[in-house]
Design a protein around this ligand. Sequence first.
Ligand code: PRP
Length: 184
Amino acid sequence: MDENDVGSDLEKVLITEEQIRTRLAEMAAEVDRDYAGKDLLLVGVLKGAVMVMADFSRALRTNAEMDWMAVSSYGSGTKSSGVVRILKDLDKDITDRDVLVVEDIIDSGLTLSWLKANLSSRGPASVQVLTLLRKPDAAKVDVDVRYVGFDIPNEFVVGYGLDFAEKYRALPFVGTLAPHVYSS
Ligand code: PRP
């Protein structure tokens, strides 16, 4: 699907397919360098990171393993509490492993802050984070993120894994949603 398939739901394209591809290739080259000679484990955070994981992992030269977690905030689905529940845990033990968490977006930072602490408590050799997008103006906690694709304004974004009410994830770019969609 592309922007023609969502009519007037989009306000604008914020990051194009081409920009995403170029940036992921740069980040992959950096990760290849940083993890040379190491046994890298990529941990994707469902569902938003699916697209980033698919394209980033294929841009890597490193023959990395892949695992997935699904997490959810406790309560109403807002992330303000920062208390996170594991819906799907990793399949494998990460003791002594070099772990790179792959995320689509860091908004408040609360999910990631919890996730980093959780993974770190399992005795890995290292835990670093790669995210395609980060909203610096929305940060509630400071989380150390090694690889950031793009810093973006604090706007409602969809596409490339990011949803609104579970839709728009399959758009190949990142765009902002028109207010009439989320305010109706
Ligand atoms: C998104 C995103 C991050 C989190 C970031 O996931 O994938 O995991 O929110 O928000 P935070 O920095 O404010 O904690 P979401 O909970 O929307 O689930 P999804 O990936 O299944 O869409």
